[in-house]
Write a protein that binds this ligand. Sequence first.
Ligand SMILES: [Zn+2]
Length: 125
Amino acid sequence: MKRCLYCGKPLSDGQKKYCTEDCRMRAHAFQHFADRKIYSFLFLFIVGTLGIVVGSVLIAMHPGIGTGIIGLSIIVWGVNFFILPFGIPDSLHFFGILASIRITRILSLLLVVSGIVLSVVGFNG
Ligand SMILES: [Zn+2]
């Protein structure tokens, strides 16, 4: 059974990709948003990744500071995924764009919370 690419509702006969005009427009708006923001997303993703690498190296010398920097980097990742919730393409097809955005946002909040805990523990330790 085919499902709406945006909201994930089952499609009736004659509907190709989206269940309503509204879903089609929202899907296109999200695609447009994603196309415009992909470089900011990649930039913050790389900043977070570099922070985690730097933090991991620092852990050997200064365990507290290293852990704190890893925590801050995870917060950067989480905020990045929350503002720019680009799910992996496979999940978009399986759940629909809307559900994929929600799942990505919930996971990103978990990232932010873990990041805050790590940085607080790290910098205080
Ligand atoms: Zn729909």
